[in-house]
Each structure stands twice: as C-alpha cells, then as structure tokens.
Design a binder for this molecule. Structure first.
Ligand SMILES: [Zn+2]
Length: 413
C-alpha cells in the first residue's frame, strides 16, 4: 500500500507507476464528440472509450474557463481556491481586478504538492492567461517541471518554464491566438513531452476558439475533433491513465437574425431604479473577447445600498430569460463560490440567452458568427472520459470535472 498525499482535503496516492494525464478540452459540449464520432472521425477516442468510461459530469459554476481550469488542478471548487471568474470587483475602490495573478489563489495546485514530493510535472496550456496560475508553486531549476503556453511558446525559458526553444523542439511555429492551431500545439507538445520528458503528471488545456464559432457537427468543428483524435491515438499507451474532460459546454446564444441574444442588465436596472444603484459585473470579461464579446450566462450584481437587495432580486425575477436569481449567501452556498468575491446578487440566464451589462459597453464587432457562449447551468454538463475503468466510483455522489486528477492518479497506480 502506498501512502497518501493530502491536497486540499482530498487524499491522493502518493506514488503511482503510470503517467496520469488530464486533458481539459475547452468548451467541449458532449455533442461535439458525438457528432465527430458519428462521422467516424474519432476512431482512437472510440477505442479508448470502449475499454474505459464515457460519463457526463458537472463543471464548477460559473461555467467559465479559468474557474474550471483552477478547479480541475486543485481538485476543489471556487469556494476553496478563490478563482471565480476572469476578474473580480472591489466595491471599496471601484477597481476591477484581473484574477490571473497567482496571489489570488487560495489553495495549492495538485502539481505543486506532487512536485514537492518528488514527481515530474508537465503542463501545457493554449492561452498564456492560465499559465502563471497553473504553474504556481513549481520550480524550474531541477528539470522536474515544465509549464508553458502555446500562445507564448517562443518566449519560454529554462528559468521560467523549464524548457526553451519550444518551437524548434516541437517543429511548430507560434500559432495564431485565435486559431485551431493553438490547441493542436498543446496536443502535439503533450505527445512529445510524454515520449521525452516522461512526466508523472501531465495537464493539457486547449482553447475554445472553434467551439465559440462552430456548432457540433459543423465541418470545421469535426475537423478539430479529428485533429484531437489523432493525438489521442498517440497518447493512449499502455503506461498512461487519461481523463478527458472540459471546463464548460457551449450553447448557441443568438437570435434568428444572427445577432446576439442578450439581456443588458445594467441598462435594465438603470431604467427600473436610478442609474448606478447597481453595478453589473460579468466575470467572463477578459482581454480575449473577440469570440464572445463578453457575453456569457452568468452575472453578479453589487449594490451600494444593501437594503435594496430584495427589490432588485424581484425586479430581475421579472425578466423571463433569467432563470436563476439568488442572494450572495444563497448563490455561494448552492454553487460553492467565494463570498468575498461575489456581488450581492448572483444570476444566470436561460439556455439560449446571455447577460450583458450596458449595450454600449459591449464591442461585438469581432463576432463574425452567431454568438455561442457559456457561463450558466446549461453549459455545466461536460464529458468525463477515461481510458480505464474508474476505480471506486461513488455513483451516489455528483461527479465533477474537478475530480479528474483524483481518478487519473488512482488509475495510474
Ligand atoms: Zn473555456
């Protein structure tokens, strides 16, 4: 029997013989995989599933990229690790603070803990915004850790990333940030790292550029999953335990004429009450807005006058396509969110609707295709695929994407 390593109040086997790999396939609503499989584009994935598992689990809420990536790599939801969006708002100063700095993380990653106990760790992410969060706590001075992004692969150094000359090593130039190539780079690097670096734990996190633009079954979407499948064929070897999951799903959120389906909540509340009694914060907002125009299905609202919470909640409840409206306490306990980084009210829109702030604040000029987005309850169901039968699966409990490393590591014994 091996000893256990306790990480964020969960027990992981401290030693294991296979490589434990988790792949976060950004924005992969299950229908993308189903459609590609129906067109016979994913033979390797189909084979992997036939000897393993193909389950559906929940993501963390909000069903956004950063909160879920950090949930996956800490094994716990945002209430534990603190990252609940791309930024949070500080009412005292009026500042909107980006949460891509590790100082906002309140829990160590699984990587940091295993690294400190002697494991070799490899992390590759598509966008650089996640890299510093994922690599937090690792040292790169003893050839046991590698962490870089495809986006800034040309800037990786031995000192800061544990690897340099990535593009020569992989034989691939830096991909465009808005491209399928960014995710392909991640997968190709994963295959090469498995062969050469032989990590104990590896995490590969792609980007949802394709999923924001194209529906499941679309030719371009299918091509993406065929590409992914090629690398799965190379990764799925005897000595690996793989879990493939997603940070969130993806739903169409546009009107029949192709324009975005959005409730501009700041405008609504400004009109209903007086301007600026409420501040609508959309935690999806980030520097990479082209493919969603900052329109997602989750919002939190700050009120200067707390006595107005009930009346604002009631006013929001009148909006047909906002289906969850909760006070901060209710929302944080229901969805495992950190109380000090949420506004006084939490709300989520219906399946095909998004929530905006003020209409004039959203730059939608980059949206060349009808909006597809995420953030709410309708995008929290995500695949959970394993190349092995899951051991000790407790079917009485809800399984989450952030259980991925627990099962990948237990499968690697
Ligand atoms: Zn995402």
């Amino acid at each position: 029997m091996s000893d256990n390593l306790e990480i964020n109040k969960r027990e992981y086997p401290s030693s294991f013989s296979k490589t434990a790999i988790v792949i976060c396939l950004d924005g992969s609503q299950k229908e993308y995989l189903e459609e590609a499989s129906k067109s016979n584009l994913t033979p390797n994935l189909d084979k992997l599933i036939s000897s393993g598992e193909n389950l559906l689990v929940h993501s963390a809420i909000p069903s956004f990229t950063n909160p879920n990536n950090i949930s996956i790599v800490t094994g716990q939801p945002s209430s534990v690790h603190g990252i609940c969006g791309n930024f949070f708002y500080t009412p005292e100063t009026g500042e909107e603070v980006m949460m891509n700095d590790p100082k906002y993380m309140r829990a160590p990653t699984i990587f940091e803990k295993f690294y400190n106990s002697g494991s070799k760790i490899a992390l590759v992410t598509a966008k650089d915004k996640l890299r510093t969060l994922l690599g937090n706590g690792l040292s790169f001075d003893d050839e046991r850790a590698i962490c870089f992004s495809a986006e800034k692969s040309d800037q990786a150094t031995k000192d800061l990333n544990g690897i340099d000359n990535v593009n020569d090593w992989l034989g691939m130039p830096v991909p465009e940030v808005y491209s399928e190539g960014l995710s392909e780079f991640v997968m190709a690097a994963g295959v090469k790292l498995l062969e050469e670096f032989k990590p104990n734990i590896m995490y590969l996190s792609t980007t949802d550029y394709i999923q924001h633009k194209y529906a499941p079954g679309n030719e371009t979407a299918n091509k993406f999953y065929a590409m992914f499948d090629k690398y799965i064929g190379l990764l799925n070897q005897e000595n690996v335990s793989i879990i493939i999951t997603a940070d969130h799903g993806m739903k169409p959120k546009s009107k029949e004429d192709g324009s975005p389906n959005a409730i501009f909540l700041q405008d609504y509340l400004d009109k209903k009450f007086e301007p600026n009694i409420a501040k609508v914060i959309l935690p999806i907002t980030d520097p990479y807005v082209v493919h969603h125009g900052s329109l997602g299905s989750f919002a939190t609202i700050y009120l200067e006058d707390k006595s107005k919470v009930a009346s604002v909640v009631n006013a929001i409840k009148e909006i047909k396509d906002i289906e969850v409206v909760l006070t901060k306490d209710e929302g944080c306990s229901t969805y495992n969110l950190p109380l000090d980084r949420m506004g006084d009210i939490i709300c989520m829109s219906s399946e095909f609707m998004t929530i905006g702030s003020s209409e004039d604040k959203h730059n939608l000029s980059g949206l060349n295709e009808p909006l597809r987005s995420h953030g709410g309850l309708h995008e929290r169901e995500v695949p959970f695929i394993s190349n092995l039968k899951l051991q000790n699966l407790d079917t009485s409990k809800q399984l989450y994407n952030y259980d991925a490393f627990y099962y990948a590591i237990n499968g690697a014994l």
